[in-house]
Design a protein around this ligand. Structure first.
Ligand code: ADP
Length: 341
């Protein structure tokens, strides 16, 4: 995979060099033509002046000579303005076009690099749970195991299956978005229950993180249960993935002015300000393939933002204090059967 990435970087470098070379060549040709035409213009004017001098008597026809000379000089000046004016316009058009093409090509190369990384990540993300499940099943079927080991293997298999399920849901939704076939199906349901379920699932999955949940009880919202499950799970999975073992992940659910406010905070490395917007782009992952240690597809936050927006809500990220990140989803149309806290 690293050599494929290197090849791509080489190809990108080659295309950039070729592009800059062609651009410089075009500009140099334009300037050379400009100088050549101006030179011809001056030569033509000089010859016209000589011919004028031969045809008119400078003393007796001084007025005619001056008028002719003025005409030639004005013509020469007019041509000079024409060449520089048109040349300058062409140069500006070429530079604007070049800027657009360069921006477009760079965007295309970046997207295709991200798509390539995504394919590699998906292959890896699909293969590793399948390998674990296969190994667990083979161990269970071939060996006589004590009850404790059996339970551990079965639990582990269930967790890997649910990881696969989560990944498939993300990919399915992403492909539905691509083909614009996606529609949310709204129903009124207990959002507190859903967040609680997600926290429990992730708590079970991660032996190395501690979850603390402070949830507004009986918070009802009208939304797509499956989609919101996916969005909340994406935030919790990220908190686990991007914060150190042994750290605490805090989940808070509040209601304010008819809005449900879900906040997931971790104490990981956090997200630099320059990346805070970009992480919601499709396939975007911070860093590069050679230095990244965490697995992922770059789809989770893109989908979470899409889901929040489909519900008329927002998703934002801020810095946690003293370190880490806070992800906040705000959804309108929340009601509570209980007192507000
Ligand atoms: P994935 O996690 O599969 O790479 P996401 O779309 O969920 O994709 O996240 C995009 C990127 O945002 C991640 O690759 C990671 O660099 C960054 N990120 C997301 N959540 C966090 C977090 N809680 N802490 C630090 N970085 C994060």
């Amino acid at each position: 995979m690293k050599s494929a990435t290197k090849n791509r970087i080489k190809a990108t470098g080659f295309i950039s060099v070729l592009y800059v070379f062609l651009l410089c060549y075009t500009i140099a040709a334009l300037v050379a033509w400009g100088i050549f035409l101006e030179h011809q213009n001056q030569q033509l004017a000089r010859q016209q002046i000589i011919i004028l001098g031969l045809r008119t008597d400078r003393i007796r026809q001084a007025g005619v000579y001056r008028a002719g000379l003025n005409h030639i000089l004005n013509q020469e000046k007019g041509h000079t303005w024409q060449y520089f004016g048109e040349g300058g316009t062409f140069l500006i058009i070429i530079l604007i076009g070049a800027g657009y093409v360069y921006g477009g090509v760079r965007k295309h190369i970046r997207l295709s690099q991200q798509q390539f990384n995504f394919m590699m990540a998906v292959t890896h993300e699909l293969k590793s749970p399948i390998a674990v499940i296969q190994l667990n099943m083979e161990t269970l079927s071939r060996h006589r195991l004590d009850e404790h080991t059996r339970t551990r293997l079965l639990e582990n298999t269930i967790l890997e299956t649910s990881r696969l399920n989560h990944l498939c849901n993300n990919m399915l939704l992403a492909s539905q978005l691509e083909s614009r076939q996606f529609r949310i199906v709204k129903e009124e349901f207990d959002f507190t229950g859903l967040v609680d379920q997600c926290v429990r699932e992730n708590n079970l999955r991660s032996n190395y993180h501690e979850f603390t949940a402070d949830l507004q009880p009986e918070l009802l919202i009208s939304g797509d249960r499956l989609m919101l499950h996916l969005a909340v799970n994406n935030l919790l999975e990220n908190a686990v993935k991007y914060s150190p073992r042994g750290s605490v992940i805090t989940v808070q659910l509040r209601v304010r002015e008819g809005q449900a406010i879900l906040r997931v905070s971790d104490t990981g490395a956090g997200i630099p300000d320059s990346e805070k917007k970009k992480i919601f782009n499709r396939f975007y992952r911070i860093g590069n393939e050679n230095t990244r240690t965490t697995r992922g597809t770059g789809l989770g936050l893109y989908l979470s933002r899409f889901i929040a927006r489909q519900h008329g809500g927002t998703i934002t990220v801020t810095d946690n204090n003293p370190k880490g990140s806070n992800f906040e989803i705000i959804l309108p149309g929340a009601e509570t059967g209980n007192l507000q806290i």
